[in-house]
Design a protein around this ligand. Structure first.
Ligand SMILES: [Zn+2]
Length: 227
C-alpha cells in the first residue's frame, strides 16, 4: 500500500478511513486530526494552562506529546498508584518522557499522601475491585492537583460511571424540568422551538432550564459524581 499523501510506502494503514500513511505523513495527519477535534469541540485555547494526567503508558504520553508539540501550555501529572513494580516502571517512563522534552511533570504518590491510600489498600478496605477504587482515587487527585495548581477543571462526565449518574439524575427530575433538559440540552433545541413544543413562553423555558441545572448540580454533587 502507498501513502495517501505522498505515495511513498505506507507504514500505517487506516482501514476505517480507507487511507494509508508513511511515518512523517501519519504524524502530520494525526496532529491535524487532534487540532481539528480541539477546535470543533472548543476544548481549550493556546492561552489556557492544561494539566495532562499521564499514566506512563503510550496513550497518555502520545496525547501529552501532541499537545506540547502543538504549542499548548501543558504540565504533566503523574499519580503514583502504589501498585508495586508496575507503578515504578510507569513512573520512570513518565519522568524520562518529561525530561527528554523539557516539560514540567508533577508527581503525586498515593503512598506518600497518607497510610493506606495506595490502590491495593483502598481496594482491600472498601472491598471494591481495584479498578473501581483506582478510578475514584484518580478522579479525586486529578481534581485536587488541578485546583491546587490553579488550572481550570473540566468536569469529567465522559466516564461511563458519571454518564450513568447523570442519566439517573435527569430521569429523577420533576417532569416539567426533565422536559426542558431533554429538549434544550440533549436535543439542543432553541428556546423558541422548545417553547412552542411545551406550549409556554421562552422565558419560562429559560428559567426552568436554569432551575433544572441547579437541581442536577446539587444532585450530582451529593452523589459524589462531580465536585
Ligand atoms: Zn507520506
Amino acid at each position: 500500500m502507498k501513502c495517501t499523501r505522498c505515495r511513498a510506502k505506507a507504514e500505517v494503514e487506516l482501514r476505517s478511513h480507507n487511507a494509508g500513511f508513511c511515518r512523517p505523513c501519519y504524524l502530520f495527519y494525526f496532529r491535524r486530526q487532534v487540532e481539528r477535534a480541539i477546535a470543533a469541540e472548543h476544548m481549550f485555547t493556546h492561552e489556557e494552562r492544561l494539566l495532562v494526567a499521564v499514566s506512563g503508558g503510550t496513550d497518555s504520553l502520545a496525547l501529552w506529546d501532541v499537545l506540547a508539540e502543538g504549542g499548548y501550555r501543558t504540565t504533566g501529572l503523574y499519580l503514583g498508584l502504589g501498585i508495586g513494580t508496575y507503578s515504578d516502571r510507569s513512573h520512570d517512563k513518565a519522568v524520562k518522557f518529561a525530561e527528554q522534552r523539557g516539560l514540567e511533570l508533577r508527581v503525586v504518590s498515593l503512598r506518600e499522601e497518607g497510610p493506606g491510600l495506595a490502590v491495593p489498600d483502598i481496594a482491600a478496605a472498601t472491598r471494591r475491585v481495584p479498578c473501581s477504587a483506582c478510578g475514584t482515587m484518580k478522579r479525586h487527585y486529578f481534581d485536587t492537583a488541578a485546583l491546587a495548581g490553579d488550572f481550570d477543571v473540566l468536569e469529567d462526565l465522559t466516564q461511563a460511571e458519571s454518564l450513568e449518574c447523570l442519566r439517573k439524575a435527569v430521569s429523577a427530575l420533576p417532569e416539567a424540568y426533565r422536559e426542558v433538559v431533554v429538549l434544550c440540552e440533549l436535543e439542543e433545541m432553541p428556546y423558541l422551538e422548545a417553547a412552542a413544543v411545551l406550549k409556554c413562553s421562552p422565558g419560562t423555558i429559560a428559567s426552568r432550564l436554569a432551575r433544572a441545572k441547579a437541581m442536577l448540580k446539587t444532585k450530582l454533587r451529593v452523589q459524589g459524581c462531580v465536585r
